[in-house]
Design a binder for this molecule. Structure first.
Ligand code: FES
Length: 265
């Protein structure tokens, strides 16, 4: 463009310069008369979209020749961030609808009253249904078989049934010199803790306050005031059968009851 302008200026000024006259004031012709057919804005936008910006830049040669700056198509505006708003709008709408539905029962005193009545009726119905299914406490049976007497060697304590039924099976000849098998309840006679059988020390020891009991169940140390209790024991169909529904206390003279032991020859 600079070259074209320089060429035109020199051509216009050369006669006057040559004659030694001052250069005439340049006059600007109307663009419409000098320029060729001007491209419309739609054409320019179409050219920009089709990647022909270079061709369009070269096209306004007539305007350049006339001294008018070429029309440059404005850049396409970037796409506004509208998509995210469109996504959020449904969520807001859903939230508002949920709030309206949730608050509907409290919108008036009438609705509030009916909501309260419905809630109370529902709670009462649930309570009635719960009453129809009472708690069931599953306890181990009071009578159970613990195997033959031969499973319990002399002067031994079996922990096999302690966790499940809360009894020890003891075979001992240390009580009055008689060869007996007894079932002792695993409940301390002080405050009801569960003692442990210490095989190395040959005694029951309560972890709560230190009471100690011989293998026979007789207390000998600590605060326990009386021996461990025996439970019922008999032989049924060749098996020892324990009956926890009956108890025998030594201090009450009940250990002489034949139902509290099995005596072996
Ligand atoms: S409960 Fe066993 S010693 Fe106290």
């Amino acid at each position: 463009m600079a070259a074209i302008r320089a060429k035109g200026a020199s051509a216009a000024a050369s006669p006057a310069v040559a004659a030694g006259e001052s250069a005439p004031v340049a006059t600007v012709k109307p663009v419409a008369a000098a320029a060729g057919p001007r491209p419309s804005v739609q054409d320019m936008l179409k050219a920009v979209r089709e990647g022909k910006a270079g061709a369009m830049a070269a096209a306004p040669a007539p305007a350049v020749a006339s001294g008018k700056a070429p029309v440059v198509a404005p850049p396409m505006p970037s796409k506004p961030v509208v998509a995210s708003r469109k996504v959020e709008q449904p969520r807001r709408g859903f939230l508002m609808a949920a709030i309206v539905v949730a608050c509907a029962p409290f919108s008036s005193a009438f609705n509030l009253a009916w909501t309260s009545i419905t809630a109370v009726t529902g709670i009462a119905t649930l309570g009635t249904a719960r009453f129809m299914f009472p708690n069931v406490l599953v306890e181990p049976p009071s009578k159970f078989k613990v195997g033959p007497a031969s499973d319990y060697p002399l002067n031994s304590v079996s922990n096999k049934w302690k966790d499940q039924y809360g009894v020890w099976i003891v075979h001992t000849d240390q009580y009055e010199g008689r060869n007996l098998i007894v079932a002792l309840a695993s409940v301390c006679t002080h405050l009801g803790c569960t003692p442990s059988w210490l095989d190395g020390e040959q005694k029951f020891k309560c972890p709560c306050h230190g009471s100690g009991f011989y293998m026979t169940g007789v207390n000998f140390e600590g605060p326990a005031p009386r021996p461990l209790e025996r439970v019922g024991l008999r032989v049924a169909e060749g098996m020892l059968e324990v009956d926890k529904s009956v108890k025998f206390q030594e201090e009450m003279g009940q250990w002489v009851d034949a139902a509290s032991f099995i005596e072996l020859a």
